[in-house]
Design a protein around this ligand. Structure first.
Ligand SMILES: C[S@@+](CC[C@H](N)C(=O)[O-])C[C@H]1O[C@@H](n2cnc3c(N)ncnc32)[C@H](O)[C@@H]1O
Length: 226
């Protein structure tokens, strides 16, 4: 089994605390040697990141890599262990999981890549980058996507008053969603809404995505016509 590299193209304007925690977490379970973070231009935190990954200032496309698979929720086929046999580099968007998803991987990454890169998805729900990397490593090691267990939209108790539903899919590792202890701690301390981007109180309605809204509008129009 080849030791494929996992390349994350950082696409947020800053190297914020949340991104740093996710990259550190990936480095912990994958190993520093297999993790590259690209497109890190003069961002504060760059020096700290070097402790956990190979840090590259250029965008991935400038590295002229061969045998690359980009993981994009808009891909038309799911990644399989068969695909993995010819992949040396897996490429992910270093994007925080906003909700509803805005196809940022396609618009900010895939669109600019050479046409010979393989594009694959990991099912219909978006995962945070660390869960996506873990899932791809499982598939690279021979597991089929459909045999990997997940938690969809898990609830997380922030404190005695607040429970949030996290509108994403997490890989299930030993019966728990794969979320780093450092991120849980960060959430519990943060009252800045930007830091809890994508999280909604479980007692409130989770915002609908565009498709759901369109379907509902169509249903309303049909009812009006009747
Ligand atoms: C939190 S996701 C960001 C998704 C982003 N909201 C979007 O609209 O594209 C971070 C990265 O994990 C990978 N990823 C997460 N879920 C995925 C899925 N279901 N299929 C393929 N890639 C996925 C992609 O590489 C993505 O850029």
């Amino acid at each position: 089994m080849s030791q494929a590299k996992f390349v994350i193209e950082h696409l947020e304007p800053e190297l914020g605390k949340w991104s740093m925690i996710e990259y550190k977490h990936i480095s912990k379970f994958l190993g520093k040697d297999r993790l590259w973070v690209t497109n890190v231009k003069n961002l504060s935190g760059q020096e700290e990141l070097k402790e956990y990954a190979t840090v590259i200032t250029e965008p991935t496309v400038d590295l002229k890599l061969k045998n690359v698979c980009v993981l994009d929720p808009e891909g038309t086929e799911v990644l399989t262990p068969e695909d993995a046999k010819s992949i040396d580099y897996y490429l992910f968007g270093g994007i925080l999981g906003g909700y509803p998803p805005r196809k940022r991987t396609e618009k900010e990454l895939t669109k600019f890549l050479p046409k010979d890169y393989v594009v694959r998805h990991l099912g219909p729900m978006q995962m945070p980058t660390d869960s996506a990397v873990y899932t791809v490593n499982e598939i690279h090691n021979g597991k089929k996507f459909e045999d990997i267990p997940f938690f969809d939209k898990p609830e997380h108790k922030i404190n005695q008053y607040e429970i949030v539903q996290i509108p994403m899919r997490y890989v299930n590792v030993n019966g728990k969603p794969l979320i780093s202890a450092e991120l849980l701690d960060h959430w519990s301390k943060s009252d800045d809404s930007d830091q809890r981007f994508g999280l909604y109180n479980a007692n409130e309605d989770v915002p609908k995505d565009e498709e759901e809204e369109e379907e509902e509008e169509e249903e309303e129009e049909v009812e009006e016509d009747e």
